[in-house]
Design a protein around this ligand. Sequence first.
Ligand code: IVH
Length: 662
Amino acid sequence: MSAPAARAAELRAQIDEANRNYHVLDAPTISDETYDAALRELRDLEDAHPDLATPESPTQRVGGAPSSDFSPYPHGVPMLSLSNVFDESDLRAFDARVAKLAGEPATYVCELKIDGLAMSLRYEGGVLRSAGTRGDGTTGEDVTGNVRTVRDVPRTLRGAPQTIDVRGEIYLRKSAFAALNASRTAAGLPSFANPRNTAAGGLRQKDPRLTAERKLSFFAYAIGAFAGAEPPATQVELLAALRAYGVPVNEHATACATIDDVLAFCRRWEDERATLDYEIDGVVIKVDSLALQAKLGYAGKDPRWATAFKFRAQEARTKLLDIGINVSRSGKLNPYAILDPVGIGGVTVKMATLHNADDIARKDIRPGDTVIVHRAGDVIPYVVGPVLELRPKKTAPYAMPLACPVCGSPVERPEGDVFSYCTNVACPAQVTERIRHWCTRGAMDIEGVGDALSAALVEAGLCANVADLYDLDAEKLATLPRMGDRTVSNVLGELERSKTRGLARVLAALGIRYVGGQNAALLAGEFGTIDELAVASRERLAETDGIGPQIAESVAFFFARESNRDVVRRLAERGLDLTAPLHPKEPVGVLAGKTFVITGTLPSLSREEATALIVDAGGKVSGSVSKKTSYVVAGEEAGSKLAKAQTLGIEIVDEAGLRALL
Ligand code: IVH
């Protein structure tokens, strides 16, 4: 062997080994720099000595020559589709049918149903020869050049039979999708709608270098042709064999002895799907024994030995009728989508958030568009993006209004901010929101003053700020709609009781930017009275443990405004307690010394309310999970924080568990 040939072989071995460790064993052995350097050296060698280049070379992953159109890819062993089940009773019916045909109860393997594209990889003598899409199941498209760019797809297998089709899913990780969209946005390119379509588009590129840029991944879960060795006897053995050859197999595949175990697996992953770095749309349930699979056979294109438990949809298409604007208590203009009502996962969705003007522009969302709406659990539905093929003619890009839609005052967009703000502090929308916020459970906890009454008070001219609440009397309240004697006296009683809540609650209720329950408690403990706090400099504020410069700036800004100081003065005159125990060295309360992280949506408490309860009981609330976290309070659709808590072994409680601690 010539010296360059020997060096090329050495480099290929090193890179293949690194790929295997990185993608299959999940344990990188060399740094990215070393990896890139080896790849670069190999590419240079192959460029200088073209006779050394082989189709199996790892350099072929990152851009071979552009191919022309895709040729047909016949599947010797057809690639099947799957029947679907949607609920427990469908699933039990599937199990009953299997048991009846088999003559005995079957055991199963449950696998995550990866939302990507099915792919068949042909290896001969352990070397990747070709790759094809599923197509109609009998004939797909030859995308070999593109699939060679996927780092998860091994160029060579260890100890594989002479001929094997490795089948599985090509997909795009959520993190890779986010990174790709971030770089497209930076380059002024439109972002992609979802990982699946991006993966599909990536595989259909004529130039493999473009496929390579999408950083696709692969999980194997089946075999097609298999010759030259003893085939596995069960799906469990099949997955283990694929793993041993060096192919990535999803780690969550689980053998289940009973259909109850299968159901538990499905429910668990329907709940925890958000914790994964890839999208799944269900669970695939397969009879474990391959002999039994053969006996059960097919019904048309679908195997009788497998089915897909489909999760409830999280996305739907509908018409964007218009874009509405909500004005928050800080004057922030929040755009939202007014939708042609559409059912998603069992709920009718009429509105969805559009985040901010930048987001609308980046996605180029226009009224009149057909849009994709995403709704997961109790998270606020949002618009993923428009379906460009369905865009009507004569639409124009959306522009945020230049005047407040509520009071008509000019709006302002501070530099570096993605939001626009109404510049009128007396804007009725802002005042209503401030009053409503003042009365919420996490703030002054005034029952009976919600959306409707806040708006009515502002509209009737009875309240221009929160201090006016304490000038209300029975006569004034009785002029408002739906205010009977009983309601009036309840509201007045609630207002009276709220006067003794103390400084921490008042600070949280004033709606100072960045000052929620936790920061309010820190500031109250540091300064003791609102007068001390109001005159503190930014520097003095930032000396408070846990208060950073951004919060200090916001507090100073709030008290610098004459109108805010006036409200505080009047609150004092009306007899509100604006003091707090100074430096409670040893926090008192049942949760003293405990740190909480709240994640997901709780059934009946908002995040602010839960924070207020914890802080009232002497506990602390933090934004991120660490070894110092005492408890994670997890609700619906809890994501990565829950996963992190699980790996750190931190105690996890739900809302009921939190209430029990209190
Ligand atoms: S098995 C008979 N296993 O789902 C076996 N499919 O709806 C056929 N898929 O075309 C496929 N994850 O693209 C299987 N763990 C998994 C899967 C999976 C995703 C996709 C695959 C297939 C489709 C069937």
